[in-house]
Design a protein. Structure first.
Length: 217
């Protein structure tokens, strides 16, 4: 297991992307922020692969993508009702994400580098939102949670972004200097990425259809 498996795990998002495109017109619009995130993730992976193969850096598109991803998933949590009793928190996090991203990419560092502080910030917050949503689902709907798309997405978010926080911390503080340790860390990341992407694909399959508009009789 090595570079090829890492690439395969990254491109596994295409499974969810293809299913999203096939089901797009049928899926309830409340899931659109997440669906758009999946489609953009597919585009970003393809673009990154092309840039790397042509000897160019994928840092800029990667930095732009994580900013858009963070905001879209934040909107998705709002659609799920995570901010119903605290609407101010949504806008606080929205502007926090934008502020941290701008500060890191244009003042603290440069957008041409892979920047970790923003990734750690938004990943940590998404994990907290995911855990909160999972708790609400378990309390409110104990039946059929395995086919509940919100539950599936949140499980994948918690797994993936928890490890992403650890990965960025490893990278930030130089623990990646050992070749063996770095290899092990990225192998685990590849497995978690694959797991999360397959869970996303299942979630897209189970997403409810749009409600039909019926004229009153």
């Amino acid at each position: 297991m090595g570079f090829q498996f890492t690439v395969l795990s990254s491109f596994s998002i295409l499974i969810a992307g293809i299913i999203s495109l096939i089901r797009f017109k049928k899926i309830n619009k409340s899931y659109y922020p997440f669906i758009i995130t999946i489609i953009l993730a597919c585009i970003n992976e393809i673009l990154s692969d092309y840039l790397i193969k042509t000897g160019k850096s994928n840092s800029i598109n990667g930095n732009v993508y994580v900013c858009i991803e963070s905001l879209l998933i934040l909107f998705q949590f709002r659609n799920w009702g995570s901010f119903n009793n605290r609407k101010y928190l949504f806008w606080y996090l929205f502007y926090l994400f934008i502020g941290v991203w701008i500060a890191e990419n244009f003042f603290i560092s440069k957008i041409i580098y892979i920047n970790s502080y923003f990734r750690i910030t938004y990943s940590f917050i998404l994990v907290l939102l995911g855990i909160n949503q999972i708790n609400e689902i378990i309390i409110r709907d104990r039946k059929n949670i395995i086919i509940n798309p919100v539950f599936l997405i949140c499980i994948a978010i918690v797994f993936y972004f928890t490890y992403k926080v650890l990965l960025e911390v490893f990278w930030l503080y130089g623990v990646n200097k050992s070749d063996n340790f770095r290899t092990s860390v990225y192998e685990i990341h590849a497995w978690i990425n694959l797991f999360s992407n397959l869970i996303y694909a299942l979630a897209v399959i189970w997403m409810p259809k749009k409600q039909r508009f019926l004229l009153p009789s």
